[in-house]
Design a protein around this ligand. Structure first.
Ligand code: IPM
Ligand code: MG
Length: 365
């Protein structure tokens, strides 16, 4: 049976990098006889200009049915003209919520070829290979009340609510422990239990879940300390489990230790449905980068590594995912670099040529 892959390039550099990711996916599908049904849907400002919405309700329905969704990026100049209701109706946050993709995996791996890109000393970052499991559909991003209210003194009060239930913590903790079982068997859970009630519950529930995983080592770090440890000694981590807000911030911190966002993929999963299928949403961590959009300068590696994650997790071909990751490493090791990872004085290649170099490595494998 064929697998349905839904593609939305979105805004900024999203379409450019996703085009190259699809090119790579199609090449692999052709070479290895994968039966894929790849369909494209409009998302973002271009869709808003044509249809008055960022994404149609039909597209949302299709997202829920797809075996995997490959998404580029959202945001950039022009969004200030999109009315708030339109934005809320079809924002990335609504997609995450509707798809219920609560477990967001963000691997951060520093290949030796990119050691010179890091702002940290090579001996500090060498060998970094960690992965975030970020809770993606609750916490501060979604908790109610969430509003700006008027005050009697003429001022206003902005309110967001940090809230987590036992069930929400438990399911994302299980995702982290399950993942650790296929890695170095260590989970570091992040909270702010010295200050926040939601943090106290988070730590308690995660510790209880750990009881079901006797072969996994659980440690806890306060969020601020985790930020510091990521910069001082990123190699100490295997799986980092974090709530929505900490996961957002700390994954950017970890990315900065690499020196670029341009190579980091992510994947988000729901719980399995009655048919055993998990909804899955793949997006590069880097965002829309409007300053370089349309120049052919963007790094397609993050989007291409999203394809590797798609192969592993949704298309049941971990072997092909691994081969693609090896091809990316080989192209980087051969010195092929887009601008964001190109050493001063080096010759940067285009988005398309970076993907071409990866395809060439794949063909050799
Ligand atoms: C991310 C992004 C998003 C988030 C934005 C674009 C809403 O920063 O995926 O990390 O905050 O989750
Ligand atoms: Mg972020």
């Amino acid at each position: 049976m064929s697998k349905a892959v839904l593609v939305m390039g979105g805004d900024g550099i999203g379409p450019e990098v996703i085009d190259q990711a699809v090119r790579v996916l199609e090449a692999i599908a052709n070479a290895d006889g994968l039966n894929l049904n790849i369909e494209h849907r409009p998302y973002g400002l271009a869709c808003y200009r044509d249809h008055g919405v960022l994404m149609s309700e039909e597209t949302l329905a299709d997202l829920l049915e797809a075996d995997g969704v490959l998404f580029g990026a959202t945001g950039g100049p022009g969004y200030e003209q999109v009315p708030r209701e339109v934005h809320m109706q079809s924002s990335l946050l609504r997609i995450r919520k509707e798809m219920d993709v609560f477990a967001n995996l963000r691997p951060v791996r520093v290949p030796d070829a990119l050691l010179d890109v890091s702002p940290l000393r090579a001996e500090v970052v060498r060998g970094t290979d960690l992965i975030f499991v970020r809770e993606l559909t609750s916490g501060l991003y979604f908790g109610r009340p969430k509003t700006i209210e008027a005050l009697a003194d003429g001022g206003e009060r902005g309110i967001d609510t940090q809230s987590y239930t036992t069930a929400e913590i438990e399911r994302v903790a299980r995702a982290a422990f399950d993942l650790a079982g296929s890695r170095d068997r260590r989970v570091c859970s992040v909270d702010k239990s010295n200050v926040m009630e939601s943090g106290r519950l988070w730590r308690r529930v995660v510790s209880e879940v750990a009881g079901d995983y006797p072969d996994i080592t659980l440690t806890h770090l306060l969020g601020d300390n985790c930020g510091m440890q990521l910069v001082l000694a990123p190699t100490q981590f295997d799986v980092i489990l974090a709530d929505n807000m900490f996961g957002d911030i700390l994954s950017d911190v970890a990315a900065a230790t690499m020196g670029t966002l341009g190579t980091l993929p992510s994947a988000s999963f729901s719980a399995p449905g009655p048919d055993g299928r998990r909804r899955a949403f793949y997006e590069p961590v880097h965002g829309s980068a409007p300053d370089i959009a349309g120049q052919g300068a963007a790094n397609p590696v993050a989007a291409i590594l999203c394809v590797a994650m798609l192969l592993r997790h949704s298309l049941e071909r971990p072997d092909l995912g691994q081969r693609l990751e090896a091809a990316v490493d080989a192209a980087l090791a051969a010195g092929v670099r887009t601008r964001d990872i190109c050493p001063a004085g080096g010759q940067a290649v285009s988005t398309e040529d970076m993907a071409g170099a990866i395809l060439a490595e794949l063909a050799k494998a």
